[in-house]
Design a protein around this ligand. Structure first.
Ligand code: NAD
Ligand code: WQD
Length: 339
């Protein structure tokens, strides 16, 4: 069993991945500056699994701190979630995004190199694909210039890691291109807890359901899709977490840098999500149609065949499961971790 450093492990996807790592008997060290998360998530991860992890509160741009972590723990591989992820905010404060996401990743890989640790799984995003591609998106399709600074940081880090692995064959790097992570651990103990007004569809829907927001604005009703609303590939966060374990396993005896799409391969429209949420949970979601959101595409879903074939990963959860689990988390934790 391996010792895994998880950067950003207190966050939404990181905390779910810690659960799966601990359940698989790996040991876990989390480095997180808690800029978008709560230590409570890590207490709950340990409660859920009955296992303990080590938590170091700190920033991945702090190279002294990273050197200390690598010196103290004999790390086998790193899963790198830490970063900022709000698309709109990245347009207002680009430097914060360049610094956290690009400089932060450089700081991390430099510390890994100093410590002689060369196995890395990186949280990338489907946003790196060129918008001219038609879904299903596969990994051989060209990447493009993302329409926002957040996406730009993901593309830059991907390209940097690819070049690094070419220049130095000790590196073994997995780029996981997530589609739209939603859902929560089945216990309802950990889940997505955005600060402020949610940018993403699912937390907005659950906050309307729990009474924290009045109504959902559906951005656009005239796209060329099944019902005019945007289509996305929603993936259960537990399936996504498990993809990281599969990627780690794949990288154990491999070198180089390779990308995998992590999505179900199915597209669902905003209206389908809203209607299914209402059906499976018996809660009404007030909504209105609003203008299209700048930068949105009509349709985005994955061709996930490469992950199925090469990682031995199989997504298990349906859209119904995702929506039930999102609601189970939100209703048990109406104010997220600050209950
Ligand atoms: P999150 O904000 O819940 O988790 C990120 C964590 O990183 C937080 O706990 C935050 O405190 C920490 N962090 C941020 N900057 C840091 C720094 N400089 N040093 C140390 N810790 C830092 O986000 P998430 O949804 O769990 O996303 C995890 C990763 O996956 C991110 O890199 C994100 O860009 C990527 N991703 C997310 C989605 C999505 O829709 N959630 C989609 C594609 C890719
Ligand atoms: C989904 C659909 C919206 C909110 C973003 C980032 C991407 C990745 C995942 C990561 C779209 C519609 C949304 C609302 C709505 N990020 N919508 N009303 O835009 O596919 O992807 O998150 O870190 O990089 O771009 O996800 O959840 O924001 O939107 O109608 O209040 O829901 O227009 O069709 P998106 P999303």
């Amino acid at each position: 069993m391996a010792k895994i450093l998880v950067t950003g492990g207190a966050g939404y996807i990181g905390s779910h991945t810690c659960v799966e790592l601990l359940n698989a008997n790996h040991s876990v060290v989390v480095v997180d500056n808690l800029s978008n998360s709560s230590e409570e998530a890590l207490f709950r991860v340990q409660q859920l699994t009955g296992k303990s992890l080590d938590f170091v509160q700190g920033d991945i741009r702090d190279s002294t701190l990273l050197d200390q972590v690598f010196a103290q723990y004999s790390i086998d591989a790193v899963i790198h979630f830490a970063g900022l992820k709000a698309v709109g905010e990245s347009q207002q404060i680009p430097l914060a995004y360049f610094d956290n996401n690009i400089a932060g990743s450089i700081s991390l890989v430099k510390a890994m190199e100093r410590a002689g640790v060369f196995k890395l799984v990186f949280s990338s995003s489907a946003t790196v694909y060129d918008e001219a591609n038609t879904s299903p998106l596969n990994e051989d399709m060209p990447t493009g210039m993302p329409s926002n600074n957040y996406g730009y940081t993901k593309l830059i880090v991907e390209q940097m890691l690819e070049k690094l692995a070419i220049a130095d064959t000790r590196w073994s790097i997995a780029l996981l291109r997530y589609f739209n992570p939603v859902g929560a651990h089945q216990s309802g103990q950990i889940g997505e807890d955005p600060q402020g007004i949610p940018n993403n569809l699912m937390p907005y829907v659950t906050q309307v359901a729990v009474g924290r927001r009045q109504k959902l604005s559906i951005f656009g009703d005239d796209y060329d899709t099944i019902d005019g609303t945007g289509v996305r590939d929603y993936i259960h966060v537990v399936d996504l977490a498990n993809a990281h374990l599969c990627a780690l396993n794949n990288r154990l005896n491999a070198v180089g840098c390779r990308a995998w799409n992590i999505g179900t391969g199915n597209g669902s429209s905003v209206l389908q999500v809203k209607d299914t949420f209402e059906q499976v949970n018996g809660v009404a979601i007030a909504f209105e149609f609003a203008p299209r959101r700048l930068g949105d595409v009509a349709t985005s879903f994955a061709d996930n065949q490469r992950a199925l074939d090469e990682l031995g990963w199989v997504p298990r959860y349906t859209l119904e499961d995702m929506l039930k689990d999102s609601w189970n988390w939100q209703k048990q934790n109406p104010q997220g971790y600050s209950n």
